[in-house]
Design a protein. Sequence first.
Lengths: 278, 341
Amino acid sequence: MKITSPTASTLKKLKENKAALFGFAIVLFFITLVIFADIIAPYDPNEVFRARQPPSSKHWFGTDTRGRDVFSLVVYGARTTFYVGACCCLIEFVISFIIGGVSGYIGGWLDEALMRIADIFLALPSFIMVILAVSMFKARSLSIIILVMALIDWPYMTRVIRSQVLQMKNAPFVEAARAMGASTPRILFRHILPNIILPVIVLSTIHFAGYVLWEASLSFLGLGDPNSISYGAIILSGKNTLQTCPWISFFPGIFLFLLLLGFQLFGDGLRDIFEIRV
Amino acid sequence: MSKLLDIRNLRVYYYTRYGVVKAVDGVSLEMEKGENLGVAGESGSGKSTLALSILRLIREPGKIVSGKILFNGEDLLKKSEEEMRKIRGARISMIFQDPTSSLNPVYTIGDQIGEAISLHQFNVEGGLLDWFLAKFKRSYVREVEDKVKEALSLVGVSDPSKRMKEYPHQFSGGMRQRAMIAMAISCRPDLLIADEPTTNLDVTIQAQILDLMNHLQEEFDVSIMLISHNLGVLSEFCHKIAIMYAGNLLELSDTETLFEDPKHPYTEALLQSIPRFGFKGKRLSTIPGKPPSLINPPLGCKFHPRCKYRIDGVCNKIPPPLIELDSGIKVACHRYLEECQ
């Protein structure tokens, strides 16, 4: 039998998992859009042309009600989705690791208290909470939306991290690190964190899609940041002219759908490849 | 010789939902400097709990209930967690049973030994950020690397500069245990606690590891507490052997006397159940009965239900104290009480 490195065998599994590969391709496509938006987009997203032009060679996806090029909007909109998704996942991870880590590693009444708070959050319908919380702000910037979403959605990842820490804290190498004189933060950050990162990555991929969808939904409801280019807002702007100019809502809708599908498939695929249950 | 370790009447209980498990129930032990002590006993006799409580590593639901652990005359049970951290790994270090899972799979061997070294020798204890920043100082990194190489070559790992960059899964079982020993010995501790260090290794590697520990002991004058259920291993290695049973210390004796003239009935029965050369054709004797429950241990001497010398009305009522015989052997059995008086 040929000996393969862990990296090689993971890549092989990824190759065999067609759905994951497809998802990965979509994710890569969007990453390209995000990085090279300036080159790919033919116009500045705020440049105004004649309104409601149908798709043509000059405007691939047509122009919207305000005369903006829909293709450029969609390309630049990808940046907003990634910004929202990545920031939310990062904030969620930081909160979850601190709360989940402390809860799992130290345990006792602190664990009990923190987990009951998490339960309260889990019991409430998250998206309705997000709508409520966001609508309390007068000036809704993207950062506020990101913070609100991450602060409402943390218990899911916290519970996963807590259960992973619970498993890890009795591992012999943690015991060995304690016997070596390592402090609790050192054990948590240096010894436990790298060992539980895999499920965190998988969950983040799936949550990423969730955050993007939430942000789009908020924008669609008119609760988004008016200064950012959001798929939800573009779809909303084409809502009233759906019968006469369907391209305004159609293209951003398709892109949003593809993005979510890509991340979901990729996340599910990673979960299967790494054999993780979250 | 001065006393390195003096455990007095130590009690460690686990508070489980089924009741209080008295894992260590009033153990008193002494270790002189430069002496190797073997702790023997069957599974669940409290050997490992005893070892962990010396480093104060007992975790919930376990608790050190009472007693004293004097290390170089200082009571470890009175120290703060901060002070304990400076003792762990530096003055008392520990080797665990399973070298495979005792090494963190995501770091290289060199990284892990380096951590032990930098924790205690470069004043970056606890300060995670300091330690992280120090990694960017080239002189510091090189110094730690040199010490890692030195530690690895001490334990007989060939080509240390190459092997220190490898991950635990690239090491064989024996090599991993060597790496663990390198880590434990890297700060030149006074006391090394080895909790069944050879149990998971095959016999030839076992012998190599024991040889290595013997060699290191001579070189660094470290005292070793070797915990094992293998009396053969202990007999080769230890000056003194302590026999534990159900959380009690039954006998503490020097190795030769223990094997030639065991005092406690349990030790006697234990020695008879070891297969020996020239034993052909006879049935190996075993100890009848099973180890007692630690939640509801039998009254009096915990061994009395299985003991063939049991004195009814005494052994099942009064727990025997640990008494010192004229020969210096300590034993906890009612049969020697009169001899002592």
